[in-house]
Design a protein around this ligand. Structure first.
Ligand SMILES: C[S@@+](CC[C@H](N)C(=O)[O-])C[C@H]1O[C@@H](n2cnc3c(N)ncnc32)[C@H](O)[C@@H]1O
Length: 290
């Protein structure tokens, strides 16, 4: 058996070269679905005015903007993401809201030379893609001041997220599973679905007061059945199967699209939107005071 070890740079390159375009194409689905899961944690979050916050894997930056509103003009927020393309949207939105208390930096969270200057670190679905999660968590720990807090959201198991598992099940009836050498975005969206593992990773990185809470909710997996099918073929586990299968996938596209249509149609609401269940964890932890 061949063991394939990937470096974080490979994942960062994959995000920039392959996923950015797909994410931009389905921004409405992704942004809407992911926002649902940050709504309650962000609403409950108390951040004092003047705090200095960090948002890692911030993507389009909507959560960085939400944090910037909380900390007010005397506070500051840094949104960090490895894809400059995503950050451009964050910068544009910040400028059009006349907010000058946030900045966006294109960098790899796992290797960025942080100073211990942040009171708080947040991440919505931006923590599951590091080649070495403990190294990345230690780096975030380094970025926090003593007593600083970390709050991040990750997906629960694939089986608890039918909006991504339904497509995978369907595609595997027509295409082979991706091989060990498949090009991927990192350990992947479900790599932090086991709280026992994540709690141990957080402890190994120096965090204490660790808590985890489930969040369940609906995701619009397509504004129409056609968009839902396109989304499945582009992103997530089904997208990976389709991409890796290459030419054979394109040849079987009509039959696969038909099978997806049958699978996803029962989830259409009265407006034709495809609405499915999704499930995440919200983890919180602290850097000890000394
Ligand atoms: C699923 S998206 C979530 C984006 C955003 N937080 C949201 O909820 O809309 C994951 C994000 O993590 C970023 N990312 C992945 N690996 C990263 C790394 N090593 N360093 C910085 N950002 C990374 C990706 O570019 C992407 O924007």
């Amino acid at each position: 058996m061949t063991t394939i070890t990937k470096h974080n740079d490979d994942y960062v390159a994959f995000w920039n070269q392959v996923l950015v375009t797909k994410f931009e194409r389905f921004r409405n689905i992704l942004m809407g679905g992911m926002s649902y899961h940050s709504e309650t944690p962000l609403r409950k979050l108390h951040l004092p005015e003047g705090a200095n916050a960090l948002d890692v894997g911030c993507g389009w930056g909507d959560t960085a903007l939400a944090l910037a509103r909380k900390v007010g003009p005397s506070g500051s927020v840094t949104g960090l993401d490895c894809c400059e393309t995503f950050l451009e949207k964050g910068r544009t939105d910040a400028a059009s809201s006349a907010m000058d208390n946030l900045r966006f930096i294109a960098a790899d969270v796992q290797n960025y030379p942080f100073e211990p200057e942040y009171d708080f670190c947040f991440s919505r679905f931006g923590m599951m893609f590091f080649s070495n999660p403990v190294a990345a968590m230690r780096n975030i720990h380094r970025a926090l001041k003593p007593g600083g807090e970390l709050l991040f959201i990750t997906w629960r198991k694939l089986e608890e997220n039918p909006w991504l598992s339904a497509g995978k099940e369907t595609l595997l009836q027509y295409l082979p599973a991706p091989g060990d050498d498949a090009q991927v975005c990192g350990p992947g969206p479900f790599s932090m679905s086991n709280p026992e593992v994540v709690i141990r990773q957080l402890q190994a990185s120096g965090f204490t007061d660790i808590k985890v809470e489930p969040i369940d909710g609906p995701v619009t997996a397509g504004d129409s059945i056609e968009q839902a099918i396109e989304f499945q073929l582009a992103i997530g586990p089904a997208g990976e199967i389709f991409r890796e299968a290459g030419e054979i996938a394109e040849r079987r596209r009509p039959i696969i699209e038909n099978a997806l249509r049958q699978k996803l149609s029962p989830y259409q609401d009265s407006n034709g939107k495809v609405v499915m269940d999704s499930a995440s964890w919200a983890y919180s932890a602290k850097k000890p005071n000394k």
